[in-house]
Design a protein around this ligand. Sequence first.
Ligand SMILES: C[S@@+](CC[C@H](N)C(=O)[O-])C[C@H]1O[C@@H](n2cnc3c(N)ncnc32)[C@H](O)[C@@H]1O
Length: 381
Amino acid sequence: MGKSSKDKRDAYYRLAKEQNWRARSAFKLIQIDEQFDLFSYADPSKCTRVVDLCAAPGSWSQVLSRILIKGESFGRRAWVEKMEQFRNHAVADSSETNVEDLAKTTNTLNLERATSELKPRQNVKIVAIDLQPMAPLDGIVQLKADITHPSTVPLLLKAIDPDFDEHNETHRVDLVISDGAPDVTGLHDLDIYVQSQLLYSALALAMKVLRPGGKFVAKIFRGRNVDIIFAQLKLVFERVHIAKPRSSRASSIEAFVVCEGYRPLKDWTPELGDALKIPQSSTTQYTPSDKQTRRLRGDGVVELSFEDEESDPQRWIAPFLACGDLSAWDADATYKLPEGHTSLDPVQPPTAPPYKEALERRRIESGAYGKTKGRSKQAVT
Ligand SMILES: C[S@@+](CC[C@H](N)C(=O)[O-])C[C@H]1O[C@@H](n2cnc3c(N)ncnc32)[C@H](O)[C@@H]1O
């Protein structure tokens, strides 16, 4: 598919380039934030320390940097702020002009004059991790590491704070986000399984670093037994929702779990690869809410039961929320390109894509599609 054709078929791909995002995924995070207030705008001090897992090429990190460090606003929030500014301008103008002029000013909707005010936050800390190297971003600590590997835990704790102490609340973070995706094979069951393992690793890391009350957002593939994962997330978070941003194609099984109100289990933190298996020495009974009971089984696995659950207590359906403004672009639609449209290059080409070596070899052999000069000569002889 050519660049221009892709611009037409994928409005978010085009907008990402026009708005300087490294990937169209930026819009997913912005739309989830519109619905769930991820960044706690009412009390900005509640969201200043964030970990971005599986972050390359870095569009989610860009969103974090622009909202938390620079203090910009996006999406519906930016529009509301702009309209407020405009209203203030119109009222200010009214003192100098007569009613007719005010009506004229209002009708012209001089939105150009209205810009939302920057609200940078204090003491922001953002750590981004990915298997792939990522081009640098201002104010973001970047680690090249595998989130499923235990050696990543000390690296992450050190990056958040060299003196990180699990018992010290001040070192903890407010939000962990993970957009991790494996290289999909097209074999749905396998892809869903690998994706769920990434999610458990992200969760295990989140539980090591989140403050009580903190939030966790992660990509999930909606497979057959996804309700078991929801039930497990509900063990450690007060509220769990499943969100489908408008920028995520309806035809894709991708969605995002949005977990709010982290409640650590007493005397227990998970290990990677064993996310929700609690040692027997831990407290045996948890009663997080009057509707739900957590009970430790003899084999160390936590069992959930809900007051109003009739069938299997290990399964739970999370409320599903579509998010992003209804007037937002439809990720599955093809749009006519604006008059005089020029297709832009991607903002940040991959720094070390897995296919880099293949491209390099092809360049050296100065051929295309494997039919190199050398090989065709060999074929002739
Ligand atoms: C969809 S991309 C993330 C896009 C990113 N959120 C953004 O906005 O630019 C998925 C990323 O997951 C990363 N990933 C997959 N498995 C991983 C692992 N085990 N550890 C760290 N990163 C991983 C991939 O390298 C890839 O960069």
